[in-house]
Structure formats: C-alpha cells, structure tokens
Design a protein around this ligand. Structure first.
Ligand code: BES
Ligand code: ZN
Ligand code: ZN
Length: 476
C-alpha cells in the first residue's frame, strides 16, 4: 500500500475519509452532505464512531466516511479511522483520500500511528479459506496535518511486526510446532540482520535444562531453543533480554485441560511470537541497542513419556522443582530460558512475555497485560510504551507472603503457587536475581474471540509494539 501526502482532490480518489471534531464546520466541499446527514439525525458524533455515505461532486460519485472525535488523537479516534478504512476495503476502494483538516491535537506521533493503523487493520486470517478476501486498496492519500514521512514509515514497521506476530499465533498447532516456529524465526530474523541460533535437544540436555525438558518429554515434536541476537550497539555491554513463552500447544499435559479450555491453546506461543517479532522490528528500525530474544519452545502434550504431577526436576540454575500441576508448564520452560539469557547471553535487563495464567484474565479481563516487576524505573518505561501504542497494562502488587507459597517440602520450589498470576510471576522471579526485570502476562490480550478495529478474531499481536517502543526508549 502506497501512501502520499499532498493536496489531493475529489477526482483523484474513489473514497474519502473525513475526520471531524465536535462542533466544527466541515470543509466547504462536503458541507451539503454533512448538513443533510445531520438533519436526518444519522451523523454519528461520538468519538470513534463512523458514518458511511456516498456523494456526487464534480460529476463523480465517491464513497464518503465521516469519523467523529478528531478533537483528540486518542485510541477511540484512531480506532474510528481503522474502522472507516475497513469499511472502504469492503467497498473495494482502490484509492482512499484522508482529509485531516480537523485534527486539532496535531501531535508528531500521529504520523507514526497512521502508519500502524492501516497496516494492522489490513490483515485478515483467511489462509485456510478457499474464498480469500483480496484487498483492492492501492493508495492512501493524506492532507491537512503535519505529516512526518519517517515516522509514518516507522509506524508501518510497528504495524507489520504486530501482523507478523498474529500470523505466527493464528497458524494452528498442527502446523505451528516448535520446528516451524524456529524456521520462521530464522528465516524472518536473518532477512533483517538478526543472528538466529536454534539449539536442538542434545544441546538443551547439555545445558541441563531439566525444567524445560520435563515439559517437552511427552511430545512427538522435538523442542527447539530459539536464540535471536541483534547487536545495534557494539560499544555497550548492556543487553536487553526478551524471553517469550513458546508453547505451541498447551493441552495441560496429564493435568489435562477440558476441551473448552484447550480450544484456543495454539495461542500459548503468543509471548514467543511477540519477542520474535519485536526483535525483528528493533533490527528493522536499526535501533542502537543490543537485544537477545530467547524462546524455549515445545508443546505440552500427553504420552507414556509425559512429566507427571509429583515429579521433581532440576532446572538449568540447579534449583529443584516439584511439579504439582503439569498445566503450569509455561513457567517451567521460562525459568530455563531466563537462566540461559542471563548466563549465556549476559542479559543486563530482562522482560519476559507469556500467556501464563488464567488468573491474569480473571483479575484484569481480556484486554489488559498484567505486569510484575522488581524495578520501578523499568516498569515506568514499559508503562509509557504501552500507553504510546494504545495497549493496556496494569502493575500487580507483590506481598512477602506470596513468596512463602513458592516453597515446597520436597523441593526448592513448587510450580503452582498462589495467587495464580503473582505465584507464576514470582516463580520466574526466583531465577532473575537482582537483574531489572519485568514479567508481562498476556494471557488476556494475546488472543480474542471478538473482532475489534485493529484485529479480527484470534491473535492480536499484543505487546509487540510496546516492546519495540521500549527498545527505542532504552536506546536513547
Ligand atoms: N496457558 C495457560 C494459561 C492461559 C489460560 C493462557 C487461558 C491463555 C488463556 C497456562 O499454561 C495454564 O494452564 N495455567 C494454569 C496454571 C495453574 C495450573 C497453576 C492456570 O492459569 O490455570
Ligand atoms: Zn498450561
Ligand atoms: Zn500454557
């Protein structure tokens, strides 16, 4: 999709998007239509709402979409723009003109957000449908605001990486297994200057990743330890470690999930998709920072070689773990990935991203990332990055009593401490030491059964844009 910023005219396009601010006269060319819609009481004036119509001018009929809420560039208004775009895509528009004359709050960031919006709204998961909806949209024309081409291009990168994560998550688990995930990471990573190393079972055994291997023990698919390195600042010893949960399917293991709970568990590599896609985005933007992504990928299945409730295993860090519930598998894989990031990759800051607990969903709902962090400064940075990319985050409290629950009479740690979300996070926390660390539980926002302005049903690409933004902030 091309984008051009110039004083386009009615005859240059076949569809027009008019954002308007409350109480503001629309531009002269479209005032008749605006007044008529208003008189008929069908003009939607609530921020983010759209009104669709057609209009004839200069002998040409164009689709027209009004978007309310232009007085503030915020999530609502931007979602309205995305909805208007999707509507026109459905109308088989080829060239869409945006007249941003009314955008009052003309923030610099707006160009970046525009680049993100249309890229994200464009993707649909129809790979397995015979009837595919090909987009007809070729060009987006803009006018009426302070356009920044470089920021628009940056927004497109963020949008494309959000989409890439969604592609990875949406592929069903009969196709997206650890080997396929590793292949995607390697091919896409190397295309963009990221060094990618895949470690096979023998090497994983050599590192004594007993916790990770316990989860992998039931699977017919070999585990793949995926390591991606981007060295954007060779003079610095600082390394941002991104660790993603990469369970390509979570059946629960012998602590089997009921069918309903299992149905969407292809999403359990949403954290892996986020960090894999984010590091590629960071490389594409050429940010002056060192980043390593680590994903201990496997699926969590059942077989004669499964790990069992009651098993005791040793993690790479040497701590013994009592497996009370094989469905609390994510943390078992994550702690070995965290140890690897610290010991082998010398990460100096850590962010782990995981579809980790049902408890995070019960606490905050389906659209909010739950965070636990041992570092106020790092959390502050992360919160800002979520805000800037219109994703929700909430920091969860930690009390000393919670740490007591991690203890077990037969081993150093138990893998299912309460309360659910904090117990899982603090379990990982036992392996990070003093390293500044933030844990992002994306069980809620990673996957949805409700289509929204920027994504359809299924994967959402949660956390990808905030992570890229974080690398940008940390490299300043
Ligand atoms: N992958 C699940 C968490 C999850 C649930 C993600 C719903 C997305 C949507 C995780 O492995 C899990 O099963 N967690 C258990 C832990 C419990 C057994 C201690 C949970 O949250 O119930
Ligand atoms: Zn599980
Ligand atoms: Zn899981």
């Amino acid at each position: 999709m091309e984008n051009k910023f110039f004083d386009w005219q009615w005859n240059d396009v076949d569809a027009v998007i008019y954002p308007f601010a409350a109480g503001e006269e629309p531009c002269a060319g479209i005032k008749d239509l605006y007044d008529a819609l208003k008189a008929k009481n069908v003009l939607e004036e609530k921020a983010g709402k759209i009104t669709t119509s057609m209009y004839q001018k200069d002998g040409k009929i164009n689709d027209v979409v009004f978007v309310a809420g232009a007085e503030t560039v915020d999530e609502k208004f931007c979602n309205g723009l995305a909805r208007a775009y999707k509507y026109l895509k459905g109308r088989k528009a080829v060239t869409i003109g945006f007249n941003f004359k009314s955008v009052v709050d003309n923030d610099k960031k707006f160009s970046r957000i525009l680049g993100e919006l249309f890229t994200m709204a464009d993707y649909e998961f129809d790979d397995f449908k015979t009837d595919k909806k090909e987009s007809t949209v070729k060009e987006l024309y803009f006018k009426g605001y302070e356009h920044d081409e470089a920021l628009y291009a940056e927004g497109e990168v963020l949008g494309q990486q959000n989409v890439f994560a969604r592609v990875l998550v949406n592929e069903p688990a009969n196709i997206m297994n650890p080997a396929k995930l590793a292949k995607y990471a390697k091919e896409e990573g190397e295309k963009h200057g990221v060094e990618v190393e895949i470690k096979e079972r023998e090497e994983i055994e050599k590192y004594k990743m007993g916790s990770y291997l316990a989860v992998a023990s039931a699977s017919a698919n070999d585990p793949k330890l995926i390591i991606m390195r981007y060295k954007g600042n060779k003079a610095s010893k600082e390394v941002l470690g991104l660790v993603g949960k990469g369970i390509t399917f979570d059946s629960g293991g012998l602590s089997l999930k009921p069918t309903d709970g299992m149905l969407t568990m292809k999403c359990d590599m949403g954290g892996a998709a986020a960090v894999i896609s984010a590091i590629i985005g960071i490389a594409r933007l050429g940010l002056p920072i060192n980043v390593t992504a680590v994903v201990a990928s496997t699926d969590n299945m059942i077989s004669g070689t499964s790990d069992r409730p009651g098993d005791i295993v040793y993690s790479m860090a040497g701590k013994s773990i009592f497996i009370a519930n094989t469905d609390a598998e994510g943390r078992l894989t994550l702690v070995d990935a965290v140890t690897f990031a610290l010991q082998e990759e010398k990460a100096t800051k850590l962010v782990d991203v995981a579809t980790l607990t049902g408890a995070a969903i019960r606490a905050l709902g389906t659209t909010v990332t739950a965070c636990i962090s041992n570092n106020d400064e790092l959390y502050g940075e992360i919160e800002g990055c979520f805000k800037d990319t219109y994703e929700n985050i909430w920091r969860m409290p930690v009390f000393d009593e919670y740490k007591e629950n991690l203890k077990h009479s037969q081993a150093d740690l138990v893998n299912s401490a309460s309360p659910g979300m904090q117990g899982a996070a603090l379990f990982i926390g036992e392996f990070v030491g003093d390293t500044p660390w933030a844990h992002l539980d994306i069980a809620g926002p990673a996957f949805t059964n409700k289509a929204a302005a920027l994504h359809g049903e299924g994967a959402t690409g949660a956390a990808v844009r905030p992570l890229i933004e974080l690398a940008k902030q940390l490299s300043k």
